[in-house]
Design a protein around this ligand. Structure first.
Ligand SMILES: [Mg+2]
Length: 293
């Protein structure tokens, strides 16, 4: 069997999107600062990215699953505008107890964090290697679910964490933001390549690292090329605009000279023609500069 991929599981509310209470409409979806960049960097570090989210709002009757999907779609769209793609979104709509107003969703589900059901389901669906994986979230139940699934964990301390900390909810790392969490994953997974994979994988692991590095260098080169091209393009556009304006001015001054000639002011006409010729020369020199650039 092919070895599974490592994954970074991400909580949704207050980890990827700003939690405005129970998000019941796509228009209320707002990414937290640098969320897309964080997801992009995690993906580039060689991880799948899967969102795992308790959405008891469905059981509570605040919104249905169709609306939940619209909200998630909106999150996907906003992320992909920032160049970030998700490999999966798992939500638990269930809740046990009297607060669950919708009968069909009233049950104790092992999908609901702090239980690891969603993580285990995703691992099965997507062939993930949980032992090389991470769970990032802002609450104790995220950490507990991650630990139960055998992942390393990062707690984002945004002041809204729920639940008391115990051995089960002690994270491997804690940070203040999703982007810092992504950087920890990058840093720690670099160590993995050297420390963990090299003695076992030997050449293979080294080649994987090289390939990753080559890809990164190629991306940097592309970016620099693109910026250079854009800068040159901007420069051309400004030159052309100024050139056109000077050319128009030359024509106006020439016309003004013709007017002076016919209204019996040859002195003025000569001055204006000279000025028009000068402006025309400026235009020509600008255009030739344009071509050589
Ligand atoms: Mg949360």
């Amino acid at each position: 069997m092919v070895a599974g991929s490592p994954v970074v599981f991400l909580d949704r509310d207050d980890t990827l999107v700003v939690d405005s209470g129970y998000i019941d409409h796509p228009d209320k979806v707002q990414l937290v600062s640098r969320a897309a960049e964080a997801v992009r960097r995690i993906g580039r570090a060689g991880f799948r990215v899967v969102v795992v989210s308790n959405q008891s709002g469905v059981a509570r009757g605040y919104f249905d699953e169709a609306r939940l999907n619209e909200v998630n779609d909106r999150m996907r769209t906003l992320l992909s505008r920032g160049g970030a793609e998700l490999d999966g979104i798992y939500c638990c709509p269930f809740l046990d107890g009297p607060e669950a107003k919708v009968e069909a969703y009233r049950c104790a589900s092992d999908l609901r964090k702090p239980l690891p059901g969603m993580l285990l389901q995703a691992a099965k669906d997507l062939n993930l290697d949980l032992s090389r994986s991470w769970m990032i979230g802002d609450s104790a139940r995220d950490i507990e679910a991650g630990r139960s699934a055998g992942c390393r964990t990062i707690l984002i301390r945004n002041g809204r964490a729920d639940g008391a900390e115990s051995a089960a909810t002690l994270p491997d790392f804690s940070t203040r933001s999703i982007i810092e969490a992504a950087m920890i994953v990058e840093r720690e997974s670099d160590d993995d390549v050297v420390v963990r994979d090299e003695p076992l994988g030997g050449e293979g692991a080294g080649r994987a690292g090289d390939a990753e590095q080559t890809k990164l260098l190629a991306e940097i080169r592309d970016l620099l090329d693109r910026q250079q091209r854009e800068a040159m393009h901007d420069d051309f556009s400004i030159r052309r605009l100024v050139g056109t304006l000077v050319q128009m001015l030359a024509l106006v001054v020439a016309a003004w000279g013709v007017y002076a000639m016919f209204s019996g002011q040859p002195g003025h006409a000569l001055t204006r023609f000279s000025l028009a010729v000068f402006l025309q020369l400026v235009t020509i020199s600008m255009n030739s500069g344009d071509r050589s650039g």
